[in-house]
Design a binder for this molecule. Structure first.
Ligand code: NAD
Ligand code: DAU
Length: 351
């Protein structure tokens, strides 16, 4: 089965890994990226594949209904892999409306375009919505999120993602739009923007700056290497059942303090520093408002029905991630200085 796929948010963290996987693994597919290159979008994340003949980049906003209509007509997409979003919880606390606009309105605009363009024939069509475990709320010490867990979002970010998930399901039930949703736990790996815990701490260790841990550092997240996440999306895209939801997770729970201590331990060794040097940078700071205590995914459905499981142990994935940041200090320097935003002008000035 051949495809022309629209990947939204392809210049972001997960979107760029997903694009790389699909562009290289499926040369027969045509992959079109739509990304507005917000602060989180970085074309340097896609440099190694930008000359592939099955790859097209379009700079644009998913909330621009005219543009979406135009590109659906031009490319006749058979599938959408919808990654574009405002993704950072702390930003959602200070700017909730931006999350409603992109995550809710943007998703509905894409759904409308897919519905309109596929109304006469939904064969070999799929709207795949990439979502998060945060829609399920916060766990206590026990239990896991399954696909049947009730939604209980508690931050403006998770409320906007939950709302977009509801719209995706509404389009399935109301208009029979072929959709799939996956809800994944915390990702980590190369190209992760250094506002998120792990890359922020890597950058701060490199610059001997404090490592800010919210509250007591006891909140728990379930970490998955980003390449494992996109491999799961690949499996679900090709083998998943329309109308279904799949949870994706690493079965890999860590408190924030434990993860940062492990990061410090590995970085001291890799940077030839005395044991305990980086740990001294840990600083406890004011807690995040409404900070969810624990996330933990039960990914049994995905394993039993589609045969996916994570390939990497966490310590190994973290080591690969640190090595990538140590080998790509220029990427980090461009991101932290803001220079990455000039790349579009130099690379795409002709468009
Ligand atoms: P990211 O912030 O790194 O990237 C988001 C991308 O979307 C950027 O390239 C940005 O430029 C683009 N974008 C934002 N607003 C846009 C708009 N209006 N129009 C077009 N493009 C726009 O995010 P990420 O961490 O890669 O997350 C991708 C998706 O995966 C999101 O939907 C997020 O909710 C979900 N998710 C993320 C994680 C995680 O741990 N990072 C886990 C589970 C699910
Ligand atoms: O669970 C999936 C979600 O994971 C995704 O949907 C989000 O897009 C993604 O950003 C991530 O959300 P988190 O809020 O869990 O990630 P973050 O890296 O911001 O924070 C991880 C944990 O570390 C969380 O408990 C808050 C804490 N933290 C974070 C930062 C940035 C700190 O203690 N200090 C910090 O400076």
């Amino acid at each position: 089965m051949n495809h022309t796929i629209l990947i939204t948010g392809g210049a972001g963290f997960i979107g760029s890994h997903l694009t790389r996987l699909f562009v290289t693994k499926y040369p027969e597919y045509k992959i079109v990226i739509l990304d507005d290159l917000t602060y989180a979008g970085n074309l340097e994340n896609l440099k190694d594949i930008e000359n592939n003949s099955n790859y097209t980049f379009i700079k644009g906003d998913i909330t621009n209904a005219e543009l979406i209509k135009k590109i659906f007509e031009e490319f006749k997409f058979t599938a959408v892999l919808h990654c574009a979003a405002e993704s950072h919880v702390d930003r959602s606390i200070s700017e909730p409306l931006a999350f409603v606009t992109t995550n809710v309105v943007g998703t509905v605009i894409l759904l409308q375009a897919a519905k309109e363009n596929w109304k006469h024939d939904t064969t070999n069509k799929l709207f795949y919505h990439i979502s998060t475990d945060e829609v399920y709320g916060s766990l206590g010490a026990e239990g896991y999120f399954t696909e049947d867990t009730s939604y209980d979002p508690r931050s403006p970010y998770s409320a906007s993602k939950a709302s977009s998930d509801h719209f995706v399901r509404a389009f399935y039930h109301t208009y029979k739009l072929p959709v799939i949703i996956s809800n994944c736990s915390n990702n980590y790996g190369p190209f992760h923007f250094p506002e998120k815990l792990i890359p922020l701490c890597i950058n701060n260790i490199l610059n001997e700056q404090p490592l800010p841990l919210y509250g007591k550092g006891e909140n728990i997240r379930d970490w998955l290497f980003v390449e494992d996440h996109v491999k799961a999306i690949d499996v679900i895209f090709h083998k998943g059942k329309t109308g279904e939801t799949y949870n994706i997770g690493g079965h890999n729970e860590w408190t924030n303090i434990a993860i940062i201590k492990e990061l410090c331990r590995q970085m001291d060794i890799k940077m030839g520093k005395d044991k305990g040097t980086s740990e001294k940078l840990i600083t406890f700071v004011k807690d995040r408002a409404g900070h969810d205590m624990r996330y933990a995914i039960d990914a049994t459905k995905l394993k039993n029905e589609l045969g996916w499981k994570p390939s990497l142990q966490f310590e190994e994935g973290l080591s690969k991630t640190i090595d990538w940041y140590l080998d790509n200090t220029e990427w980090l320097q461009h991101v932290t200085s803001g220079n990455y935003r000039k790349y579009y002008e130099t690379q795409y000035h002709k468009r």
